[in-house]
Design a protein around this ligand. Structure first.
Ligand code: PLP
Length: 378
Protein backbone atom coordinates (compact mmCIF):
# COMPACT_ATOMS: atom_id res chain seq x y z
CA UNK A 1 0.00 0.00 0.00
CA UNK A 2 1.19 3.53 -0.69
CA UNK A 3 3.35 5.42 1.81
CA UNK A 4 2.34 9.06 2.12
CA UNK A 5 4.65 10.35 4.84
CA UNK A 6 7.84 11.13 2.92
CA UNK A 7 8.24 14.52 4.59
CA UNK A 8 8.79 12.67 7.86
CA UNK A 9 11.36 10.35 6.33
CA UNK A 10 12.00 8.54 3.06
CA UNK A 11 12.90 4.91 2.45
CA UNK A 12 16.62 4.39 1.88
CA UNK A 13 17.37 4.63 -1.86
CA UNK A 14 18.95 1.47 -3.31
CA UNK A 15 21.96 3.44 -4.50
CA UNK A 16 22.43 4.89 -1.00
CA UNK A 17 22.16 1.44 0.60
CA UNK A 18 24.72 -0.04 -1.80
CA UNK A 19 27.10 2.88 -1.24
CA UNK A 20 26.69 2.65 2.53
CA UNK A 21 27.37 -1.11 2.63
CA UNK A 22 30.44 -0.80 0.42
CA UNK A 23 31.84 2.08 2.47
CA UNK A 24 31.22 0.13 5.70
CA UNK A 25 33.44 -2.63 4.31
CA UNK A 26 36.09 -0.49 2.67
CA UNK A 27 36.27 2.75 4.61
CA UNK A 28 35.05 2.31 8.17
CA UNK A 29 38.17 3.70 9.85
CA UNK A 30 38.30 7.06 11.62
CA UNK A 31 39.21 9.76 9.08
CA UNK A 32 41.24 11.56 11.78
CA UNK A 33 43.55 8.56 12.36
CA UNK A 34 47.11 9.18 11.21
CA UNK A 35 47.76 5.73 9.69
CA UNK A 36 47.20 5.11 6.00
CA UNK A 37 43.74 3.53 6.25
CA UNK A 38 42.50 6.57 8.19
CA UNK A 39 44.08 8.98 5.72
CA UNK A 40 42.40 7.14 2.87
CA UNK A 41 39.01 7.63 4.50
CA UNK A 42 39.87 11.31 4.96
CA UNK A 43 40.62 11.57 1.22
CA UNK A 44 37.30 9.94 0.39
CA UNK A 45 35.56 12.26 2.83
CA UNK A 46 36.98 15.29 1.06
CA UNK A 47 35.97 13.81 -2.29
CA UNK A 48 32.41 13.55 -0.92
CA UNK A 49 32.65 17.23 0.02
CA UNK A 50 33.61 18.04 -3.57
CA UNK A 51 30.59 16.11 -4.76
CA UNK A 52 28.24 18.28 -2.68
CA UNK A 53 29.99 21.37 -4.00
CA UNK A 54 29.25 20.17 -7.55
CA UNK A 55 25.64 19.27 -6.77
CA UNK A 56 24.70 22.30 -4.69
CA UNK A 57 27.32 24.85 -5.75
CA UNK A 58 30.06 26.89 -4.07
CA UNK A 59 33.42 25.82 -2.71
CA UNK A 60 33.83 22.40 -1.13
CA UNK A 61 35.32 24.06 1.97
CA UNK A 62 31.90 25.51 2.76
CA UNK A 63 30.44 22.02 3.38
CA UNK A 64 30.43 20.62 6.90
CA UNK A 65 28.93 17.20 7.66
CA UNK A 66 26.59 16.96 10.63
CA UNK A 67 24.14 14.48 12.11
CA UNK A 68 21.22 16.30 10.46
CA UNK A 69 19.34 19.56 10.14
CA UNK A 70 18.61 19.77 13.87
CA UNK A 71 22.31 19.80 14.72
CA UNK A 72 22.97 22.26 11.87
CA UNK A 73 20.32 24.68 13.19
CA UNK A 74 21.73 24.47 16.71
CA UNK A 75 25.28 25.08 15.46
CA UNK A 76 24.35 28.16 13.43
CA UNK A 77 22.11 29.69 16.11
CA UNK A 78 24.75 29.11 18.81
CA UNK A 79 27.32 30.73 16.51
CA UNK A 80 25.08 33.78 16.03
CA UNK A 81 24.44 34.01 19.77
CA UNK A 82 28.23 34.13 20.29
CA UNK A 83 29.10 36.52 17.49
CA UNK A 84 26.21 38.94 16.76
CA UNK A 85 26.07 42.25 18.68
CA UNK A 86 24.25 41.81 21.98
CA UNK A 87 21.58 44.38 21.17
CA UNK A 88 20.80 43.03 17.69
CA UNK A 89 17.67 41.06 16.79
CA UNK A 90 17.05 37.93 14.70
CA UNK A 91 14.18 37.64 12.22
CA UNK A 92 12.35 34.32 12.22
CA UNK A 93 9.77 32.93 9.86
CA UNK A 94 7.07 31.71 12.31
CA UNK A 95 6.49 28.54 10.24
CA UNK A 96 10.05 27.24 10.69
CA UNK A 97 10.56 23.70 11.95
CA UNK A 98 10.79 23.28 15.76
CA UNK A 99 14.49 22.40 15.35
CA UNK A 100 15.00 26.09 14.46
CA UNK A 101 12.32 27.66 16.65
CA UNK A 102 13.37 25.98 19.91
CA UNK A 103 17.07 26.95 19.92
CA UNK A 104 16.29 30.40 18.49
CA UNK A 105 13.87 31.14 21.32
CA UNK A 106 16.17 29.62 23.94
CA UNK A 107 19.20 31.60 22.77
CA UNK A 108 17.61 34.90 21.66
CA UNK A 109 14.35 35.09 23.69
CA UNK A 110 12.95 38.63 23.44
CA UNK A 111 15.43 39.41 20.65
CA UNK A 112 13.37 37.28 18.23
CA UNK A 113 11.29 39.25 15.69
CA UNK A 114 8.62 37.29 13.82
CA UNK A 115 8.58 37.96 10.09
CA UNK A 116 5.19 38.82 8.58
CA UNK A 117 3.48 36.22 6.40
CA UNK A 118 0.78 36.32 3.78
CA UNK A 119 -2.32 34.14 4.19
CA UNK A 120 -0.53 31.08 2.75
CA UNK A 121 2.48 31.50 5.05
CA UNK A 122 4.86 33.04 2.52
CA UNK A 123 7.27 35.52 4.13
CA UNK A 124 6.48 39.11 3.18
CA UNK A 125 9.76 40.42 1.81
CA UNK A 126 8.35 43.82 0.95
CA UNK A 127 7.53 44.67 4.56
CA UNK A 128 11.07 43.84 5.65
CA UNK A 129 12.50 46.11 2.98
CA UNK A 130 9.97 48.88 3.50
CA UNK A 131 10.70 49.43 7.14
CA UNK A 132 14.47 49.21 6.76
CA UNK A 133 14.57 46.71 9.60
CA UNK A 134 17.61 44.80 8.40
CA UNK A 135 21.05 45.90 9.50
CA UNK A 136 23.90 45.38 11.83
CA UNK A 137 23.13 47.58 14.78
CA UNK A 138 21.12 48.11 17.93
CA UNK A 139 17.45 47.15 17.54
CA UNK A 140 17.89 45.99 13.95
CA UNK A 141 17.61 42.48 12.52
CA UNK A 142 21.16 41.20 12.05
CA UNK A 143 20.26 37.62 11.05
CA UNK A 144 17.27 35.98 9.36
CA UNK A 145 15.97 32.40 9.14
CA UNK A 146 13.61 31.46 6.30
CA UNK A 147 13.28 27.85 5.17
CA UNK A 148 13.15 26.84 1.49
CA UNK A 149 9.99 24.68 1.58
CA UNK A 150 7.61 24.10 4.45
CA UNK A 151 7.42 20.59 5.90
CA UNK A 152 3.68 20.74 6.70
CA UNK A 153 2.13 22.76 3.86
CA UNK A 154 4.84 22.37 1.19
CA UNK A 155 4.72 26.16 0.62
CA UNK A 156 7.81 27.48 -1.16
CA UNK A 157 9.49 30.48 0.41
CA UNK A 158 11.29 33.20 -1.56
CA UNK A 159 14.66 31.98 -0.28
CA UNK A 160 16.68 33.28 -3.25
CA UNK A 161 15.38 36.85 -2.86
CA UNK A 162 15.76 36.58 0.92
CA UNK A 163 19.39 35.47 0.56
CA UNK A 164 20.10 38.34 -1.82
CA UNK A 165 18.39 40.90 0.39
CA UNK A 166 20.34 39.72 3.43
CA UNK A 167 23.58 39.85 1.51
CA UNK A 168 22.89 43.40 0.30
CA UNK A 169 21.99 44.48 3.83
CA UNK A 170 25.04 42.88 5.43
CA UNK A 171 22.81 40.53 7.42
CA UNK A 172 23.38 36.82 8.12
CA UNK A 173 20.98 34.29 6.60
CA UNK A 174 20.10 30.65 7.35
CA UNK A 175 18.08 28.57 4.88
CA UNK A 176 16.63 25.25 6.06
CA UNK A 177 16.60 23.23 2.83
CA UNK A 178 15.50 19.96 4.45
CA UNK A 179 12.31 19.62 2.41
CA UNK A 180 13.63 21.19 -0.77
CA UNK A 181 16.63 18.98 -1.55
CA UNK A 182 15.75 15.98 -3.67
CA UNK A 183 12.38 17.45 -4.65
CA UNK A 184 13.34 20.62 -6.49
CA UNK A 185 16.58 21.73 -8.21
CA UNK A 186 19.16 22.24 -5.50
CA UNK A 187 21.91 24.17 -7.31
CA UNK A 188 22.69 27.45 -5.55
CA UNK A 189 20.35 26.72 -2.64
CA UNK A 190 20.57 29.32 0.14
CA UNK A 191 22.69 31.74 -1.89
CA UNK A 192 25.60 33.01 0.17
CA UNK A 193 23.97 32.17 3.50
CA UNK A 194 24.09 29.13 5.78
CA UNK A 195 22.16 26.05 4.59
CA UNK A 196 21.09 22.99 6.59
CA UNK A 197 19.58 19.66 5.48
CA UNK A 198 19.11 15.99 6.48
CA UNK A 199 19.90 13.01 4.23
CA UNK A 200 16.87 10.95 5.26
CA UNK A 201 14.50 13.43 3.63
CA UNK A 202 15.88 12.59 0.18
CA UNK A 203 16.61 8.86 0.26
CA UNK A 204 19.76 8.91 2.39
CA UNK A 205 20.31 7.36 5.82
CA UNK A 206 19.04 8.86 9.06
CA UNK A 207 21.49 10.59 11.41
CA UNK A 208 23.55 12.39 8.77
CA UNK A 209 23.18 15.81 7.21
CA UNK A 210 24.99 18.79 5.86
CA UNK A 211 25.62 22.37 6.77
CA UNK A 212 26.82 24.78 4.12
CA UNK A 213 28.72 27.64 5.72
CA UNK A 214 27.89 31.22 4.82
CA UNK A 215 30.30 32.64 2.29
CA UNK A 216 31.30 35.76 4.18
CA UNK A 217 31.61 34.07 7.57
CA UNK A 218 34.63 32.67 9.25
CA UNK A 219 32.57 29.53 9.63
CA UNK A 220 31.82 28.06 13.01
CA UNK A 221 35.29 27.80 14.46
CA UNK A 222 35.23 27.89 18.22
CA UNK A 223 32.53 25.25 18.62
CA UNK A 224 32.95 23.06 21.64
CA UNK A 225 33.56 19.36 21.29
CA UNK A 226 36.46 18.68 18.94
CA UNK A 227 38.40 19.81 15.94
CA UNK A 228 36.91 17.67 13.17
CA UNK A 229 35.52 19.25 10.02
CA UNK A 230 38.36 21.78 10.09
CA UNK A 231 37.24 23.04 13.48
CA UNK A 232 33.64 23.82 12.45
CA UNK A 233 32.08 20.75 14.05
CA UNK A 234 33.33 18.28 16.64
CA UNK A 235 32.72 14.53 16.49
CA UNK A 236 33.91 11.62 14.38
CA UNK A 237 32.60 11.85 10.82
CA UNK A 238 30.42 8.94 9.67
CA UNK A 239 31.96 8.48 6.23
CA UNK A 240 29.71 5.59 5.06
CA UNK A 241 26.59 7.63 5.88
CA UNK A 242 28.06 10.75 4.23
CA UNK A 243 28.90 8.78 1.08
CA UNK A 244 25.37 7.31 1.02
CA UNK A 245 23.90 10.82 1.43
CA UNK A 246 25.92 11.96 -1.61
CA UNK A 247 24.73 9.00 -3.67
CA UNK A 248 21.09 9.67 -2.71
CA UNK A 249 21.25 13.37 -3.57
CA UNK A 250 23.04 12.73 -6.87
CA UNK A 251 20.37 10.23 -7.84
CA UNK A 252 17.53 12.52 -6.79
CA UNK A 253 19.03 15.35 -8.85
CA UNK A 254 19.44 13.09 -11.88
CA UNK A 255 15.83 11.96 -11.67
CA UNK A 256 14.77 15.57 -12.17
CA UNK A 257 11.30 14.78 -10.84
CA UNK A 258 10.58 18.49 -10.72
CA UNK A 259 10.35 18.47 -14.52
CA UNK A 260 7.51 15.96 -14.41
CA UNK A 261 4.48 18.21 -14.45
CA UNK A 262 2.27 15.13 -14.13
CA UNK A 263 3.14 15.01 -10.45
CA UNK A 264 1.56 18.40 -9.83
CA UNK A 265 -1.54 17.23 -11.67
CA UNK A 266 -1.83 14.08 -9.51
CA UNK A 267 -1.60 16.23 -6.39
CA UNK A 268 -4.12 18.76 -7.71
CA UNK A 269 -6.55 16.03 -8.83
CA UNK A 270 -6.35 14.48 -5.38
CA UNK A 271 -7.09 17.81 -3.72
CA UNK A 272 -10.02 18.56 -6.01
CA UNK A 273 -11.56 15.09 -5.68
CA UNK A 274 -11.05 14.90 -1.92
CA UNK A 275 -12.68 18.26 -1.26
CA UNK A 276 -15.61 17.17 -3.44
CA UNK A 277 -15.91 13.75 -1.77
CA UNK A 278 -15.62 15.10 1.78
CA UNK A 279 -17.46 18.43 1.87
CA UNK A 280 -15.85 20.91 4.26
CA UNK A 281 -12.33 19.46 3.87
CA UNK A 282 -9.92 22.27 3.11
CA UNK A 283 -6.45 22.40 1.54
CA UNK A 284 -4.09 24.64 3.50
CA UNK A 285 -2.36 27.27 1.32
CA UNK A 286 -4.14 25.75 -1.69
CA UNK A 287 -3.44 28.67 -4.02
CA UNK A 288 0.25 29.05 -3.19
CA UNK A 289 3.30 27.60 -4.96
CA UNK A 290 3.95 24.36 -3.14
CA UNK A 291 6.03 21.20 -3.33
CA UNK A 292 4.62 18.70 -5.81
CA UNK A 293 4.45 16.05 -3.10
CA UNK A 294 2.76 17.78 -0.13
CA UNK A 295 -0.86 18.42 0.83
CA UNK A 296 -1.93 19.77 4.23
CA UNK A 297 -5.63 19.34 4.91
CA UNK A 298 -8.01 20.56 7.58
CA UNK A 299 -10.65 17.84 7.82
CA UNK A 300 -14.23 18.91 8.58
CA UNK A 301 -14.63 16.48 11.50
CA UNK A 302 -12.61 14.04 13.60
CA UNK A 303 -9.30 14.54 15.39
CA UNK A 304 -6.26 14.11 13.13
CA UNK A 305 -5.05 11.14 15.19
CA UNK A 306 -8.30 9.33 14.32
CA UNK A 307 -7.77 9.88 10.60
CA UNK A 308 -4.17 8.70 10.87
CA UNK A 309 -5.00 5.53 12.81
CA UNK A 310 -8.03 4.64 10.66
CA UNK A 311 -6.08 5.14 7.44
CA UNK A 312 -3.22 3.10 8.91
CA UNK A 313 -5.64 0.21 9.49
CA UNK A 314 -6.23 0.31 5.73
CA UNK A 315 -2.49 0.24 5.10
CA UNK A 316 -2.09 3.93 4.24
CA UNK A 317 0.39 5.99 6.21
CA UNK A 318 -0.06 9.73 6.54
CA UNK A 319 0.83 12.22 9.27
CA UNK A 320 -0.77 14.67 11.67
CA UNK A 321 1.89 17.26 10.86
CA UNK A 322 5.64 17.38 11.32
CA UNK A 323 7.14 14.09 12.50
CA UNK A 324 8.47 15.53 15.73
CA UNK A 325 5.08 17.01 16.57
CA UNK A 326 3.06 13.94 15.71
CA UNK A 327 4.03 12.13 18.90
CA UNK A 328 2.57 15.00 20.90
CA UNK A 329 -1.08 15.84 21.33
CA UNK A 330 -0.70 19.59 20.63
CA UNK A 331 -1.57 21.17 17.28
CA UNK A 332 1.10 21.76 14.61
CA UNK A 333 2.98 25.00 15.26
CA UNK A 334 2.83 25.70 11.51
CA UNK A 335 -0.97 25.63 11.44
CA UNK A 336 -1.08 27.83 14.55
CA UNK A 337 1.30 30.30 12.88
CA UNK A 338 -1.06 30.38 9.89
CA UNK A 339 -3.85 31.51 12.19
CA UNK A 340 -5.79 28.26 12.60
CA UNK A 341 -7.38 27.95 16.03
CA UNK A 342 -6.44 24.98 18.20
CA UNK A 343 -9.61 23.04 17.38
CA UNK A 344 -9.15 23.37 13.59
CA UNK A 345 -5.43 22.62 13.80
CA UNK A 346 -6.24 19.40 15.64
CA UNK A 347 -8.16 18.33 12.55
CA UNK A 348 -5.07 18.94 10.38
CA UNK A 349 -3.39 16.08 8.51
CA UNK A 350 -0.46 15.99 6.10
CA UNK A 351 -0.03 13.82 3.04
CA UNK A 352 3.43 13.66 1.41
CA UNK A 353 4.29 11.57 -1.65
CA UNK A 354 7.68 10.31 -2.83
CA UNK A 355 9.44 9.70 -6.14
CA UNK A 356 7.93 6.24 -6.44
CA UNK A 357 4.36 7.43 -5.80
CA UNK A 358 2.17 6.86 -8.86
CA UNK A 359 -1.13 8.33 -9.99
CA UNK A 360 -2.74 5.06 -8.93
CA UNK A 361 -1.33 5.54 -5.39
CA UNK A 362 -2.96 8.99 -5.18
CA UNK A 363 -6.25 7.39 -6.30
CA UNK A 364 -5.96 4.70 -3.64
CA UNK A 365 -5.31 7.39 -1.06
CA UNK A 366 -8.46 9.21 -2.15
CA UNK A 367 -10.45 5.97 -1.89
CA UNK A 368 -9.09 5.28 1.59
CA UNK A 369 -9.92 8.82 2.80
CA UNK A 370 -13.46 8.53 1.46
CA UNK A 371 -14.01 5.15 3.13
CA UNK A 372 -12.50 6.27 6.43
CA UNK A 373 -14.62 9.45 6.44
CA UNK A 374 -17.70 7.30 7.13
CA UNK A 375 -16.03 5.69 10.17
CA UNK A 376 -14.54 8.93 11.53
CA UNK A 377 -17.84 10.80 11.17
CA UNK A 378 -19.50 8.16 13.33
N1 PLP B 1 13.69 21.07 8.99
C1 PLP B 1 12.59 20.62 8.36
C2 PLP B 1 11.87 21.51 7.40
C3 PLP B 1 12.15 19.31 8.60
O1 PLP B 1 11.07 18.85 7.96
C4 PLP B 1 12.86 18.50 9.51
C5 PLP B 1 12.37 17.14 9.83
O2 PLP B 1 11.20 16.88 9.93
C6 PLP B 1 13.98 19.02 10.14
C7 PLP B 1 14.37 20.31 9.85
C8 PLP B 1 14.77 18.24 11.14
O3 PLP B 1 15.41 17.17 10.54
P1 PLP B 1 16.19 16.09 11.44
O4 PLP B 1 15.19 15.57 12.40
O5 PLP B 1 16.66 15.08 10.47
O6 PLP B 1 17.31 16.83 12.12
Amino acid sequence: MPFFDHNATTPLATVARDTWLRAQDEAWQNPSSAYRAGTQVKIRLDAAREKFAILLGDEAERYVFTSGATEGANLVLAHWARTLPEDSLIGLNPTEHPCVLAPALALFGSRVRWLSLDAAGVVDLASLQRDNQLGYGAGRIAAVVVMAANNVTGVLQPWAQMAELCQRSGVAYLCDASQWLGKLPSGGIGGEGFVIASAHKFGGPKGVGLLKLAKQSEGLRGQLGGGQERGHRGGTEDFPAIAAMGAALAEAEQKKVFLETDRLRWRDDFERDLTLAIPGARVVAGGADRLWNTVALIMPFGANTRWVTRLDKRGVQISTGSACASGKSGPSSVLSALGFDVESAQRGVRVSAGWATSEQDWRELLGAFTAVAVEVRE
